[in-house]
Design a protein around this ligand. Structure first.
Ligand SMILES: Cc1ncc(COP(=O)(O)O)c(C=O)c1O
Length: 460
């Protein structure tokens, strides 16, 4: 029997989706009466849904991913050519694009030398957690195995990544969790926990040292931090924070793991978010923007000093990193990542990110002058948040339903924006923007115009 499928005929897709697909991070009850949204096609900054409606995507695929925009034939071609030549071999062996991309990536990361491939941000972070534990077992006599994470940060969806989640609504009901993870306070100055001080950044860093001392420096091996907290409210580090954090980590011999899953590969206008703050990490993880969603790839990068700890005793069968990620051997990932990086360089997208980021910031600050409901605007490059408050003087957050109404209003206008989602109880009130690095002035203005209209309608 020959089966003919017309790829342009999507009748039946909505019903198939409604009846059989379990979507990510969403309550499905409403789909009993309204259609689930199906995205059918993308070009540049725009996507079209199954009804044919065009949307300007201000969140790069919903979750800060499609950094170079949709419809990139050169990436598709690079992936196709690679798949025909060699689609897969386990990463215990090398591949041509794997070696080439590792070299190109490391050129952007002075101080780092090694790339370990896997296929999601959660997994990239889990690799570091395993490395820290193994270093503790093999080199520290079992000491220094604890890993610190920060309130409001997120590092992934697996049980151990959730053990390091500073977002209670992501973790709730999924315990019991992996032991050995300890929370440190957030560094969101707008929600200052330390009263009237003029050195908030230092105070927030000191709070980390207090945790290290309380736990016992001998027990703490590493700290895992987002350079700019993403889903926890787009939190840029306060002045003086990173200098002090690094000093504390050096003094207590705590390794620094930077989670660049969102900020990595251009989002903040530098190759990596940590490079804005002079951080010298031991581990850097990345995923979303590495191949802009054209293939699944994540990377765990380390310094040579870390790498050396896993090959010091070749006679010991347990001395090396005994970890494998099957799909970390898919050659499509680094093939797509190489072309993604070429596009960012050849099209000058880091410069564009800085220029369009400045425009986006200016527009958001102008909206703040107009709408009292915007309490704070934070971000860097093309990565911004606007925190909505019911009262500027008390900073009481708006009801999250009203923040969601702003997102829905923008969606009705054909502009997709985001809002912090099932993150911090009572504080899912920050609008999130992360347009592709190719955004133009017109795109930026259209995004902020839509927000302007939505805020007027929702808040009067
Ligand atoms: C900062 C950060 N780290 C890790 C992850 C997990 O990445 P993934 O969903 O690819 O596992 C995310 C996902 O949003 C993230 O925002």
């Amino acid at each position: 029997m020959t089966l003919t499928i017309n790829p342009n005929d999507i009748s039946g897709v909505v019903e198939a989706d409604r009846n059989h697909v379990w979507h990510h991070l969403i309550q499905h009850k409403p789909f009993e009466t309204v259609d689930p949204r199906i995205i059918v096609e993308g070009r540049g900054m725009r996507v079209w849904d199954a009804t044919g409606k065009e949307h300007l995507d201000a969140v790069s695929g919903g979750v800060w991913t499609v950094n170079v925009g949709y419809g990139r034939e050169s990436i598709a071609n690079a992936v196709r050519d690679q798949l025909i030549k060699l689609n897969y071999f386990a990463n215990s062996a090398g591949s041509i694009p794997g070696a080439q991309f590792a070299k190109r990536l490391i050129e952007k990361m002075p101080g780092m030398t090694r790339v370990y491939y896997s296929n999601s941000g959660s997994e990239a972070n889990e690799k570091v957690f395993k490395m820290v534990r193994q270093i503790s077992h093999r080199h520290r006599g079992g000491r220094k195995s604890k890993i610190l994470y920060r309130e409001r940060d997120y590092h992934g969806t697996t049980i151990t990544a959730l053990s390091a989640a500073g977002q209670p609504q992501r973790a709730a009901q999924y315990g019991p969790f992996t032991p050995g993870f300890v929370e440190v306070p957030h560094c969101l100055e707008y929600r200052n926990q330390y009263g009237a001080i003029d050195n908030y950044g230092e105070a927030a860093a000191d709070a980390i040292e207090e945790v290290i001392v309380r736990e016992g420096p001998d027990t703490v091996g590493a700290i895992c931090l987002e350079p700019i907290t993403a889903g926890g409210g787009v939190i840029t580090p306060p002045r003086g924070y990173w200098e002090k954090v690094q000093d504390i980590c050096r003094r207590h011999e705590v390794m620094i793991h930077i989670d660049e899953v969102v900020c990595g590969v251009g989002r903040t206008g530098t190759w990596f978010g940590y490079q804005n703050y002079g951080v010298k990490p031991d581990f850097v993880t990345m995923a979303k923007g590495v191949a802009s969603g054209y293939a699944a790839i994540s990377c765990t990068t380390t310094t040579e000093a870390i790498f050396e700890l896993f090959k010091d005793d070749a006679a010991d069968p347990l001395s090396y990193f005994r970890d494998i990620s099957t799909f970390g051997g898919c050659a499509s990932g680094p093939a797509a990542a190489l072309e993604n990086m070429r596009i960012i360089e050849d099209e000058g997208l880091l410069d564009n990110t800085l220029a369009m980021g400045a425009r986006l910031e200016g527009n958001l600050r102008a909206l703040m002058d107009k709408h009292a409901v915007i309490g704070d605007v934070r971000g860097k490059g093309l990565f911004w948040g606007a925190e909505l408050v019911a009262d500027r003087s008390t900073r009481e957050p708006v009801d999250e339903k009203r923040a969601q109404a702003v997102v829905a209003d923008c969606m009705a206008q054909g502009v997709i924006i985001g809002v912090t989602n099932r993150s911090i109880p009572g504080f899912n009130n920050t609008l999130c923007l992360s347009p592709a690095l190719i955004a133009t002035s017109d795109d930026i203005d259209r995004i902020t115009d839509a927000i302007d209209k939505a805020l007027s309608r929702v808040f009067g």
